[in-house]
Design a protein. Structure first.
Length: 318
């Protein structure tokens, strides 16, 4: 009787039921099609879904779907071209491929280009060649989102290169004018790959939609960096006890809005006592970033953030 029951069900449901049984090897779906088992996911009929979408395009939302042109212009697409000279500019082969092949931009679409020195150009594509895409500058904003301060972060590269690269990315996003890699007495990395670091900074610049690109200096010995002239206040953050009678000052409290600042962050082994003394003799102020003990790259990002917050709060109050 049981065999006859299943046979009749097969006959009633046709070849589709047989394919279902062969595919899932589960008799429960055959005998109870209206009661799916808990945890069993039934596949939707793609033909039925397509038909519903064609007949009722507004079933999922009350708003009409955006057009391709709206999709292209909603998000700002930023490119970096330090050599741009209006009115016409041809993107590099790499940027052209990304623009045409990846972003699917075409003639008449809008994109933005920055020279990394504060100019933001709004451009229209006039030739969508994937190897040499040409644009025409429509308008230009000078000093786009210029920061009210100039911050130079001098930081010793970490033993793990990826950690320092993370700092480069985040510092670019937050806002910094220059980055100075330091070679110190306790440095565990004395080889610095500038080319890769430049690419990381450029990528972060475009992703964070900034018009000012941080300058990246070559790996510099500590003594040389300390003795360089700097127009602004100079700070050195370290974990050792304070050497000056004034003690360490909390960066967020001692920094005044609008001031240019040079902040030094040591390697994993911190600055040596001789380096701290040399910095003090050259006008550096000892600072602390708080009670927490931070990694080198974390301390550098925290210091960058503190400077940004001090200036942002004052700007809002004004």
């Amino acid at each position: 009787m049981i065999f006859l029951y299943f046979l009749l069900n097969f006959a009633a449901r046709g070849p589709g039921a047989e394919r279902c049984l062969r595919k899932d090897n589960h008799l429960y779906r055959l005998c109870n099609p209206e009661r799916p088992r808990a945890g069993l996911r039934l596949r939707a009929n793609p033909l039925r879904v397509r038909k519903t979408m064609r007949t009722n395009p507004l079933s999922a939302t009350d708003d009409p779907p955006p057009t391709a042109q709206q999709d292209r212009t909603t998000a700002m697409q930023l490119f970096y071209a330090p050599d741009i000279t209006p009115p016409l500019h041809t993107l590099s082969e790499e940027e052209s491929k990304h623009c045409v092949r990846v972003l699917r931009l075409a003639c008449g679409d809008t994109l933005h280009i920055t020279d990394g020195r504060g100019d933001l150009h709004c451009c229209e594509i006039v030739d969508d060649n994937p190897r040499r895409c040409t644009v025409r500058v429509v308008s230009t904003q000078h000093q786009f989102e210029k920061l009210p301060y100039a911050l130079t972060m001098a930081c010793a590269p970490t033993k793990n290169a990826e950690r320092f690269e993370w700092f480069l990315e985040k510092a670019t996003e937050i806002g910094v004018e220059a980055i100075l890699p330091l070679e110190t007495e306790h440095s565990e990395r004395r080889v610095f790959k500038a080319e890769r670091s430049e690419k990381i900074i450029t990528a972060a610049l475009k992703q964070s939609l900034k018009a000012y690109r941080p300058r990246l200096a070559p790996l510099t010995p500590f003594a040389e960096a300390v003795m360089r002239p700097f127009d602004g206040r100079k700070f050195i953050a370290h974990c050792a006890p304070a050497a000056s009678p004034e003690g360490k000052r909390y960066l967020a409290e001692t920094l005044r809005p609008g001031e240019n600042a040079l902040i030094m962050i040591g390697p994993e082994g911190d600055f040596s006592p001789a380096e701290i003394e040399l910095a003090r003799e050259n006008g550096f102020e000892e600072i602390t970033l708080g009670q927490q003990r931070l990694r080198t790259e974390t301390a550098a990002v925290v210091a960058t953030t503190m400077v940004s917050v001090v200036n942002s709060l004052t700007h809002r109050n004004d």
